[in-house]
Design a binder for this molecule. Structure first.
Ligand code: PLP
Length: 243
């Protein structure tokens, strides 16, 4: 669907306002958690957002974008301004689609099984590279949700930490939707505890650099609990329309 240029101007203005406000909130939360703005990575979740709008955010200073569907990533790939921004994969990934994105993204945030890790490693090695990944944790232990259960994390890391072709950079989580802020703090704190516990254990292909958690409604809480990467979609681009 073609947008009128007035529509586009309005959209750009909204993104500008949101971008500024988010930057301020991130800085404030970083400071409150004893860190600085430079310690937090702001990744924009760009699903359903048209490349012109994404690129406008990049022109404002955004440096990290993440897609969560392979098909959508491929259809937008040629349009992203990737000279200035880094593209990551943040959604559920099917094993048979790894080969379609392996040479297009810098980080796959959503590895949650040995089978997927092995395929990522295999495809990376075919191209002579090592792929950075995060392990997704189902911190709310929700049925029908991606991510390894918290109690299975150690074992999974033990098995995939030895695989050539991947490097585990940290953890990612999408906690359950919570009515109360106190509930969301509990999930974020549990994630941070896992992150710290694993950091204490030495492993060849594992280093806990990135703790990716917090979305539009709760990224400040996540930062206060130790997140160093937040993934923000609707808070930057406005409400998603799936038409
Ligand atoms: C869509 C999405 C986000 C951002 O969600 P918002 O609530 O729009 O900020 C973050 N992480 C993942 C994996 C997503 O798919």
């Amino acid at each position: 669907m073609e947008r009128s240029s007035d529509d586009m101007k309005e959209k750009f203005l909204l993104v500008e306002e949101n971008y500024k406000a988010i930057e301020e909130s991130i800085s404030k939360a970083a400071l409150e958690s004893g860190r600085g703005r430079e310690d937090i990575t702001f990744l924009a979740a760009t699903k359903t957002v048209e490349p012109a709008v994404i690129n406008h955010a990049i022109s404002l200073g955004l440096r990290f974008i993440g897609e969560n569907r392979v098909q959508e990533l491929l259809s937008k790939y040629e349009s992203y301004d990737l000279d200035r921004a880094d593209l990551q994969f943040i959604g559920h990934l099917q094993t048979n689609k790894v080969k379609q994105i392996i040479d297009k993204v810098s980080l796959i945030q959503s590895v949650d099984s040995e089978r997927l890790a092995l395929e990522v490693a295999r495809q990376a090695k075919l191209r002579g590279k090592t792929m950075d990944i995060l392990v997704e944790v189902n911190i709310g232990r929700e049925e029908n949700k991606s991510g390894v259960m918290p109690e299975g994390l150690d074992e999974l890391l033990g098995r995939i930490g030895e695989i050539d072709g991947i490097f585990v950079r940290g953890l990612m989580a999408i906690p359950p939707i919570c009515e109360k802020k106190s509930e969301i703090f509990k999930y974020f704190e549990n994630m941070h505890k896992l992150f710290i516990d694993i950091s204490g254990k030495k492993s060849d292909n594992v280093s806990m650099d990135i703790l990716s958690m917090g979305m539009s409604d709760d990224y400040c809480e996540a930062i206060l609990c130790g997140a160093n990467m937040v993934r923000i979609g609707s808070g930057l681009f406005g409400k998603r329309s799936y038409t």
